[in-house]
Write a protein that binds this ligand. Structure first.
Ligand code: FMN
Length: 154
């Protein structure tokens, strides 16, 4: 559950953010942690979780959900979300504002668009999508998270 300070009416008014990641070699997990750090520094209540350890109550309460995976392809073509089945195994994201993020090595092609469609098929209202270069995660993940949070009103 979110560790949030409650206001006088017993309800936390912090934006609740869940960052979900599917990662094989750690880059997408690292991106998720960086995004979580930016969100926390911006004053939100954040939980960062792998696809295999989702907290249903936490997800149900979330105002904004980041979902990340890696780019799978043949470098020049065939780009798609890596481990798509594992992402499809997370609970449905009906009525959730969702941000799709990915990590890649050289060329993400149109993987972020494909990932957006996958998440929309999973019920998500995708508000932003981007693939991040694995060698520049510190800057690219932080910039992306900051942009998304700045465009989130409540
Ligand atoms: C089977 C396979 C295919 C990949 N295809 C691409 C690709 O087409 N383009 C690219 O830029 N990176 C590609 N990559 C690199 C990964 O997307 C990149 O290393 C990513 O950051 C891995 O994320 P992870 O550490 O969270 O597993 C591929 C990696 C693997 C294992």
């Amino acid at each position: 559950m979110f560790a949030t300070a409650e206001s006088s009416n017993g309800v936390s008014d912090k934006l609740k953010v869940v960052v979900i990641h599917q990662s094989r070699t750690g880059n997408t997990k690292r991106a998720a942690e960086l995004i979580g750090g930016v969100a926390e520094a911006a004053g939100t209540a954040v939980a960062v979780r792998p696809t295999t350890n989702i907290d249903m109550a936490e997800l149900a309460e979330a105002d904004l959900v980041f979902v990340g995976t890696w780019v799978d392809g043949l470098i020049l073509f065939g780009h798609k979300p890596g481990d798509a089945m594992k992402v499809r195994n997370i609970p449905k994201l009906w009525n959730k504002r969702v941000v799709a993020f990915m990590t890649h090595a050289f060329n993400p092609g149109s993987a972020a668009e494909k990932f957006t469609k996958l998440l929309q098929g999973h019920g998500a209202d995708v508000v932003a999508a981007r693939s991040l270069n694995r060698r520049r995660l510190e800057t690219e993940a932080a910039d992306f998270a900051a942009e998304v949070l700045a465009s989130t009103d409540d």
